[in-house]
Design a protein around this ligand. Sequence first.
Ligand SMILES: *[C@@H]1O[C@H](CO)[C@@H](O)[C@H](O)[C@H]1NC(C)=O
Ligand SMILES: *[C@@H]1O[C@H](CO)[C@@H](O)[C@H](O)[C@H]1NC(C)=O
Ligand SMILES: *[C@@H]1O[C@H](CO)[C@@H](O)[C@H](O)[C@H]1NC(C)=O
Ligand SMILES: *[C@@H]1O[C@H](CO)[C@@H](O)[C@H](O)[C@H]1NC(C)=O
Ligand SMILES: *[C@@H]1O[C@H](CO)[C@@H](O)[C@H](O)[C@H]1NC(C)=O
Ligand SMILES: *[C@@H]1O[C@H](CO)[C@@H](O)[C@H](O)[C@H]1NC(C)=O
Ligand SMILES: [Cu+2]
Length: 521
Amino acid sequence: MKNYFAFLAFVQVALGAAVATVKDVTIDVVNAQLAPDGFSRSTVTANGQYPGPPILVNKGQPLRITMNNKLTDPTMRRSTSLNLDGIFFGSQDVFEEAEPFVNACPVGPNATFVYNVPLGEQTGTFWYHSELSVQYVDGFRGPLIIYDPADPHSTLYDVDDVNTIIQVGDWWQSSTLPLLDNYVATGVVPVSDSGTVNGIGRFQGGPEVPWAVINVQKGRRYRFRIINESARNVFTLSIDNHDMTVIAANGVNTQPLTVQKMDMLAGQRYDVVVAANQAVGNYWFNAPFVGGNPAVNPHQNATLSRAIFRYAGAAKVDPTTPMTLGPADGALVEADLLPLVPTKVLTPDVSMTFNLVVTTGKAQWNINGVSYLSPQTPTLEKVIDGATQAADFNVTENTFILPANKTVEIIFPPTDDDDAHPFHLHGMTMQVIKSMTSNNTNTVNPISRDVVGVGGSGTTIRFKTDSTGPFMFHCHIFWHKFAGLASVQLVDPVDTPKNVQVTPAWEGLCPAYDALPQELQ
Ligand SMILES: *[C@@H]1O[C@H](CO)[C@@H](O)[C@H](O)[C@H]1NC(C)=O
Ligand SMILES: *[C@@H]1O[C@H](CO)[C@@H](O)[C@H](O)[C@H]1NC(C)=O
Ligand SMILES: *[C@@H]1O[C@H](CO)[C@@H](O)[C@H](O)[C@H]1NC(C)=O
Ligand SMILES: *[C@@H]1O[C@H](CO)[C@@H](O)[C@H](O)[C@H]1NC(C)=O
Ligand SMILES: *[C@@H]1O[C@H](CO)[C@@H](O)[C@H](O)[C@H]1NC(C)=O
Ligand SMILES: *[C@@H]1O[C@H](CO)[C@@H](O)[C@H](O)[C@H]1NC(C)=O
Ligand SMILES: [Cu+2]
């Protein structure tokens, strides 16, 4: 309850009137037997569902999530850790970030942890997932939407509710422990069996699971909040006969931009407006993906990743038009997106270059020659105990010490492979100075986002170190993260211990975790 009343007073001022009531959410992390693509397997879930239940809050509403770890299945990790992707925690609450071994230790089985999330000024489309190892691949992922009562785009759409959240994700029929063993043995990144739209998919040779249905009414305009909850695959989204107008990317409003299809990298979100202005009927919502060689996994068939876009009054049947991969042209170009509110471009105080290199034939990725390995003691705890300089961390912790209140630039040089690594920065957003799919730089009016594609013709980002503490900066292809494609951006370790206000519950996490036998970790 720290600073609770001060915070409430702040929110009251911010909202001008209404008292912001705390939104209480309980997440029971449980194993469940599910068959998203028709193949039944044991999973790790929030409240027994895949995807997990949506967490819906209003701007500035304090969120309190009670997470009860009830995992029992020994074929998957039994500890866990909840991350709210893209949410800023600020200097005081950076310990709630829950990046294992950076901000906190994981939560063991039969334990409960309460996350107090000060939602501040952020609005838009986010998601939550397990941040421990690659556990979210086993199912623990779901949406987090922060509604803005004064949304500047509100005149562009009529409908924005729980039914307009669209979640796409890759799905594996095997649990992650054997997948990881095989990855380590071969260096081949696991290839998904299927793609799911709102938790439903099909695999080649599998049963004809009824497609997910997105229901619309003719004449209305819908704000779809599309979340890529994938751990590897890139999805290309389109709706037959319908345009999509992008109005926000990763929780940051953009100027409206109309496209016919868009690529989304893991962890990315786009809010789009779609007008239901065609004849009443059934249309395909195409969500084909690319991710690994289908020859490695014959279940994989990108064409089977789709849903039905159905008008009220249409027969409850599949569209009769061919299943395509979407239109050939009209793709969203990230560099064409502009912020709704013009942003001042940041001038770098510190500039770094990150070279990403894979060790051929191994499950190992390096940033500037270093493959990240989690330490046993979280970075934040080391900082609280007095670590202030690079020499206080093992080289393999890949920890970059940064000054507070400065602008950091990171340049990713062009690469000659065709990997796109969706780099995700915790705790802050990045200005996209150069997008990987454009040769141009934007030093006038760049968009800001918390996941940016790295690869291709090169990427340049800048961010302001306006929170202190350690922030994970990693590839959101969690297989690559596991293989070391990660770093810690440690802002102002001298002031961090004064600014952060850890709780006894947080202090108890590491002793409890370290005392667990390895199979329960
Ligand atoms: C969790 O609690 C249940 C019920 O009390 C018990 O059967 C189980 O052994 C406990 N698991 C662990 C890992 O402590
Ligand atoms: C989701 O992210 C993965 C991994 O980057 C990517 O392959 C896939 O295309 C993305 N899907 C969508 C719909 O953006
Ligand atoms: C993938 O599925 C589509 C639709 O059922 C089918 O036409 C196509 O032949 C399948 N591809 C492969 C390689 O089997
Ligand atoms: C520390 O780094 C070295 C390589 O510099 C590595 O071999 C060792 O495993 C690391 N130790 C820990 C505890 O991560
Ligand atoms: C950074 O800015 C904040 C807010 O203005 C201020 O409180 C803090 O002292 C600054 N930190 C440093 C190291 O200058
Ligand atoms: C970027 O420049 C390279 C080399 O001139 C060219 O091959 C490529 O097509 C350009 N890419 C785009 C998106 O314009
Ligand atoms: Cu990657």
